[in-house]
Structure formats: structure tokens, C-alpha cells
Design a protein around this ligand. Structure first.
Ligand code: SF4
Length: 540
């Protein structure tokens, strides 16, 4: 993919220095992100966790793969969980007849134990699931069906346990309780930014008199989804499908469609910048081939013009770590090539754009990223001056892509006989790991399902997520097993703000799940459903 010759750039707090460094561009918009005040104690906790060195793996000749730095430590923690903890959790899960669903961003020790529990016996195979927030509910339903569990522990933030409970209810398992690991509230500042009145007010103001579609990030509470669905036609999205959802909606509805995007302001601004870049730099044929067959510069320009992003939605963790990523890259990885998927948060996106101007990076799709890395490794491998160098690549996309990268680099080294090493750097916290379907790698750091609000580790470095520790998990299983802690157990139930409520004559829970079902329709059929289209066209 050739470098973007963009004349525009996005600016926000965490990107200011970088954007100044780019220098060649003018600003398309003078934007300021409104933020909630941050508690100083909380803030100092966050800064103490700032990223220093990113985890990485080195791919070398003769199929060697070596983990570096925190990745190696994470791997050790993940692969060698405490056998006693594994046995204790397995035994008590069976005794309590429970299952566990956990988000990918649980800490590495906990993920290691849970994975070992799952592999320990066929009895455990369906009782453990580690997934993104969308799949957690499906896994919980499945364990009710296959193992008839009497309760499910949900490890994540509160809106996740709330969604899991709602999906179980919708599938006929509303009688199976979902328990959080702690009785304290496990908040999420991004989800909460959409729960304020200002969000609904923005929605109603912007959709008035328009054919509008509200595209809402999946990581929001059920209540937000219900209230939004009542206010405007609403579909959820993940960071993996948001771009195609918007393009498809605009292709199906036409140039009058107004897209309202929230609450993740960073992601919305990235998308706006991306559309502007395409209009400036791509021709119609490339847009049709690489982006969407029914779009052109003219339609993308119109889409961008009609797009509106909620300006006050942010995650406090992302906000603080954004600058940390930029600082870490500048301090330790200035020599590295930077790759950034179109969907990564702003700081990584901007670094990738800046580097792409000098062919030191790429911004694009996963295949653009793979082609770029392969091209650079091939060039170095066949040049006698560089055939023993180590090339570093920052992988600004889902970590699961590393398996394709490893295979491509190994093929190139085998064919060329070059002795180049490729170090693949994951710009995430080492605590975030996911399993991959590859015997040589086993696990890699990073997000697995297109979620995560920050390339610095996002939810993996979030203190709310960290409230789910091993002791808390063991306690909740024991409480269910002992059967005599009903009052305490009630405090572990997810928020249940929608039960029994009606909005405009429709059960609120049904409305809350509706935007997720619209997204599932779209993912299955690659088209927006007729029901959603009808609502958009009626302006209801
Ligand atoms: S890091 Fe993730 S879970 Fe934590 S506040 Fe941000 S979006 Fe929410």
C-alpha cells in the first residue's frame, strides 16, 4: 500500500506533539475532547502503570521464535499457572455446578489458570470461556445447555455481566444467575459517558429531521442501548466492523443518510480522518476494490459530511495512556517500522500515518500490513548489506494477526536464505494475552476480538478490569457452593436497571438487545436488515 499523501490530520490532547511533528499538514478541524475530571488518586495509580517497553517476539532464520521482555514473563505466567489454583478452581466449579466467562483483558495469571482449568478435563471444556464481550453471552448460554450449570461467574466490567445476563434471559436461561467477582461496582468510564443525559440530548438533536442511523460502540450498557434504540434507529458495532457498517449503511440508504457515532470519540474522529484521507488520496477504482464496491470519492465525501461524532465520550485509561504510547515509541522504537490498522486508536493511527510518509510505516487493512512487513523483510533479506539485520515492526492491529506474519516471514527467509530477523512489537500491556491457534506461538499479547480502547493495553491496564482477581473468583465460587450466602450473593448480581421497565410501550430489555441483533443480522447477511432500514427511512 502506498503512503498516504494526506493534507489533513486529527488533533486531540494526546496527539498534539505528534501532530506538531508531522508539520506538513494543516488541521482540518480544531477539536477538543471534553473529559471528566479524573480523581488524583486514580490518576496516579494509572500513571504508575505507564508503558515502558512493549512485549515482542523475534522471528529468525530456521523457524526460530523468541519472546522478548515482558512478553516472555507473561508467557511464563500464562503457561505455568499454579497447579494448586487450577485444581482448586476446577474442583470448586464442579462442586458449585458453575461456569466462568471472562473477557480477554483479564490479567495474564488469571487467564493462564482459567485456560489450564478448561484443558484439565473434558468436564471443564464447556465451563470456561475467554472471549470478547459479544461472545461472552453466547458462551454462557452454551454452558447452560451442555452442562446445565446453576450459575455463571462473569469476569469483566459491569456492562459485560449485564449483557451476559440479558443474552441468557433471551435464550431461556434467565433463571440462571450471573455473578460478578466483586460486590463493588466495576465501572467503565467509556460506557458511563453514554449514560449521561447529554448523550441522549445529542442523539435527539442530531437526528431531528434526518434519515439517521445511530452506530453505537458495543462496549456500552444495556440501558444506554435501550434508551438509544428508543430515541433513534440504532445498531451496535465493534472496532472491527464499524467501518464496514457505516459504508454498508450509506450504500443501502443513500447520500441522505446521517450517521451518528458514539460514545468513543477517539474512534469516531479516526474514522472521520480516514474518510477525509480517502477523499484526498484514493481514486474511485481503489475505493471500489479495497473499501466497498458501491462507493466512490463522491459518496465517501458525502458520508464524511453527514457523519457526526459524540464529542464527550472517552475512556480515562485510554486518555492517559495515549501520550504514553507516543512517548514509548519515540523513546524506544524510533527505528521501528510502524503499522496501524484503520481501526486503532488515535495515537497509533497518527504515528503510522507519520511514518508512512517516508515509507517507514503503513496505515491500512490487515493485508496492507502483512504486505508491508513481507516487502520490508524481503528487501532486507536479498540485500547483502542488510541480510543479517534485525527489523522491528510495531504491530498496530489485533495481535492474532501475528500468526500470518510469522508464516510469511518464515517463508521469505526460507526462499531467500537470508538471515534477517523480524521483531514484531505489540504496543500493548503484557498482561493482555490471548491464545492463538498455532503450536509454535501458543499465546500472544493483545486483543483478540477487535475490542480494546487503547493500543497501550486499554482495558488490560484498567483498574476496573483488575478488580477480577483469582482470590475474588475463588470466593464467589465458594459462596455459591456453600449455598448459605444468599444476601451476599445478591450484591454480586449485575446491575439490573431494566427489569420490568417499559420504554414507549416496549420492554426495555428487548430494546436494549435490539441494536445487538441488528449487528448480528448485518454480520450474517452483510446487509442491514429491512426492519432497521425501514426505521431509518421513516426517521423514527
Ligand atoms: S479501559 Fe476498557 S473497561 Fe476500563 S474504562 Fe476504558 S473502556 Fe472501560
Amino acid at each position: 500500500m502506498k503512503a498516504f499523501a494526506t493534507t489533513r490530520a486529527v488533533i486531540n490532547h494526546s496527539q498534539k506533539r505528534l501532530t506538531q511533528a508531522i508539520g506538513k499538514r494543516t488541521l482540518s478541524t480544531n477539536r477538543t475532547l471534553s473529559t471528566q475530571p479524573v480523581d488524583p488518586v486514580y490518576s496516579s495509580t494509572m500513571y504508575n502503570q505507564a508503558v515502558d517497553i512493549f512485549p515482542s517476539i523475534v522471528i529468525g532464520p530456521d523457524k526460530t521464535i523468541s519472546p522478548q521482555g515482558p512478553f516472555a514473563e507473561a508467557q511464563a505466567q500464562f503457561l505455568d499457572p499454579d497447579p494448586e489454583a487450577v485444581k482448586q478452581i476446577s474442583d470448586s466449579l464442579l462442586k458449585s455446578n458453575m461456569g466462568i466467562v471472562a473477557h480477554y483483558y483479564m490479567d495474564v495469571e488469571l487467564q493462564g489458570v482459567l485456560t489450564a482449568v478448561q484443558r484439565s478435563s473434558p468436564l471443564m471444556a464447556n465451563r470456561i470461556g475467554i472471549a470478547d464481550s459479544l461472545k461472552m453471552g453466547d458462551i454462557a448460554v452454551n454452558m447452560c445447555k451442555t452442562d446445565n450449570v446453576q450459575a455463571v461467574a462473569c469476569l469483566g466490567v459491569d456492562f459485560m455481566s449485564e449483557s451476559v445476563a440479558a443474552i441468557m434471559d433471551r435464550n431461556g436461561f434467565g433463571h440462571v444467575p450471573v455473578y460478578r467477582a466483586t460486590s463493588a461496582s466495576i465501572g467503565c468510564s467509556l460506557a458511563e459517558s453514554a449514560e449521561r443525559d447529554v448523550y441522549r440530548a445529542w442523539l435527539e438533536k442530531e437526528k431531528a429531521g434526518e434519515k439517521a442511523l445511530h452506530v453505537i460502540y458495543i462496549n456500552t450498557s444495556l440501558e444506554t442501548k435501550a434508551v438509544s434504540a428508543a430515541a433513534a434507529p440504532t445498531i451496535t458495532c465493534t472496532s472491527s466492523n464499524v467501518l464496514q457498517t457505516m459504508l454498508q449503511a450509506s450504500a443501502q440508504v443513500g447520500p441522505d443518510l446521517k450517521i451518528l457515532y458514539g460514545p468513543d470519540t477517539y474512534m469516531g474522529w479516526n474514522l472521520e480522518t480516514f474518510f477525509e484521507t480517502i477523499v484526498d488520496s484514493w481514486d474511485d477504482e481503489r475505493i471500489r476494490t479495497d473499501l466497498h464496491p458501491e462507493h466512490s470519492r463522491k459518496t465517501i465525501a458525502r458520508l464524511r459530511e453527514k457523519m457526526n461524532v459524540f464529542p464527550q465520550g472517552n475512556c480515562v485509561v485510554h486518555h492517559m495512556f495515549g501520550q504514553s504510547v507516543v512517548d514509548t515509541v519515540e523513546k524506544h522504537y524510533d527505528d521501528a517500522f510502524v503499522t496501524a490498522h484503520l481501526e486503532v486508536p488515535g495515537e497509533m493511527f497518527s504515528i503510522g500515518m507519520k511514518k508512512s510518509l517516508d515509507d517507514r510505516g503503513v496505515v491500512g487493512s490487515t493485508s496492507d500490513i502483512l504486505n508491508f512487513i513481507s516487502k520490508k523483510v524481503h528487501e532486507a533479506a536479498i540485500d547483502p548489506r542488510t541480510s543479517k539485520d534485525r527489523l522491528r515492526f510495531i504491530l498496530g492491529t489485533e495481535a492474532g494477526m501475528v500468526t500470518a506474519v510469522v508464516k510469511s516471514v518464515q517463508d521469505i527467509l526460507k526462499k531467500t536464505g537470508g538471515e534477517v530477523e523480524a521483531e514484531i512489537v505489540f504496543p500493548v500491556a503484557s498482561e493482555a494475552v490471548m491464545g492463538v491457534d498455532d503450536d509454535e506461538l501458543g499465546i500472544v499479547p493483545g486483543a483478540g476480538g477487535g475490542e480494546g480502547c487503547s493500543t497501550a493495553g486499554g482495558c488490560a491496564t484498567c483498574p476496573f478490569m483488575k478488580m477480577n482477581d483469582l482470590d475474588a473468583v475463588q470466593d464467589i465460587i465458594d459462596m455459591v457452593g456453600s449455598g448459605d450466602s444468599d444476601v451476599i450473593l445478591k450484591s454480586h448480581l449485575p446491575p439490573d436497571r431494566l427489569r420490568g421497565k417499559m420504554i414507549d410501550g416496549v420492554p426495555a430489555t428487548e430494546l436494549g438487545v435490539e441494536p445487538i441483533m441488528f449487528m448480528r443480522d448485518y454480520m450474517t447477511n452483510k446487509k442491514l436488515s429491512e426492519a432497521l432500514l425501514a426505521r431509518v427511512c421513516q426517521g423514527s
